[in-house]
Design a binder for this molecule. Structure first.
Ligand SMILES: [Fe+2]
Length: 300
């Protein structure tokens, strides 16, 4: 039986026109390159997992920032959001990193309904210069990286249904907003993710695999060692009730972060993670990534 897992390179849906100066010229109808290794999600799609997890290409420029119109959510969807947020927040004391908790407060995330992406985008832009684009589902890597490289975070605006509160394989805004956005208020992570997107646009062959693993073990499943002890900051853990309990349990092997080790580490999307990496600081991530991407010829 599959355990709870969340999406990595998130969302897709019919798009509105609009362009905040973001260039997405290479985002249309990009054919899959048979010479490039498949991402974990492309493999999952081929293996017959939930079709909502199959990445798709965008057909135009997604609405961004103040262009994003907030949907009228049903009471049930707002209740689902509130339930998920309260459940996660109750598990976070002693587990979540300080930067994440500060980000939740800065963004004003509460159990009082699904927040609007336009407002969240404004708060992020004030904090670290990131904006939000509303996208309809899981994106192919190329499109995802085009946005990330321009400090634009792609987010869904729909929440999982009541019968999937404990498990959804599909992208949703609880993962995108609650899982990801708080850490984008942290300056070093904001800069790392930007650099990551720029490098990823130029990566080929095994470099793509390296970046996918680095994304997984930092942005999605990263741990950080604070003075109080080991804490979580990855979005895949933060948005999953099972992962957030599991991550700091004795069932997980935690090893000191080393970029060279992370990029050699395979992982599986559909299982609770047996091995995680702990940063000493977010600056360590930026420094090691700058060094590696420069050596690989990927630095912008
Ligand atoms: Fe994610």
């Amino acid at each position: 039986m599959k355990n709870l897992r969340d999406n990595v390179f998130c969302p897709k849906r019919p798009l509105q026109d609009g362009n905040n100066g973001v260039k997405l010229s290479s985002m249309k109808d990009i054919p899959a390159n048979p010479n490039e290794p498949l991402s974990a999600y492309e493999k999952a799609a081929i293996e017959g997992n939930d079709p909502r997890c199959s990445p798709h290409y965008l057909k135009g420029i997604p609405p961004m920032g103040s262009e994003i119109v907030k949907p009228v959510y049903s009471d049930e969807h707002n209740e689902n959001w509130g339930f998920l947020l309260n459940r996660q927040m109750s598990l976070l004391p002693g587990r979540a990193g300080q930067a994440f908790l500060d980000g939740v407060r800065l963004l004003g995330l509460t159990d009082q309904g699904i927040p609007g992406l336009a407002e969240l985008s404004g708060a992020l832009e004030s904090a670290t210069g990131w904006k939000i684009a509303r996208i309809p589902g899981l994106l192919h890597e190329k499109e995802f990286f085009e946005l990330i490289a321009q400090r634009v975070f792609p987010s869904t605006d729909y929440v999982r249904e009541k019968d999937e509160l404990d498990y959804t394989p599909a992208p949703d805004c609880f993962h995108d907003i609650f899982g990801h956005m708080p850490m984008l208020t942290e300056p070093a992570i904001a800069d790392f993710y930007h650099l990551f997107g720029e490098s990823a646009l130029h990566a080929v062959g095994h470099q793509r695999t390296c970046l996918e693993r680095l994304h997984w073990f930092t942005i999605e499943f990263g741990l950080i060692r604070q003075t109080e002890g080991l804490r979580v900051f990855g979005a895949g853990i933060m948005s999953s009730k099972n992962e957030v309990v599991h991550a700091l349990s004795d069932k997980v092997e935690v090893v000191p972060f080393s970029l060279e080790n992370v990029i050699e580490q395979e992982y599986e999307v559909w299982h609770l993670q047996p091995k995680l990496f702990a940063l000493d600081s977010f600056d360590q991530l930026v420094d090691e990534f700058r060094f590696w991407s420069s050596r690989q010829g990927l630095a912008a």
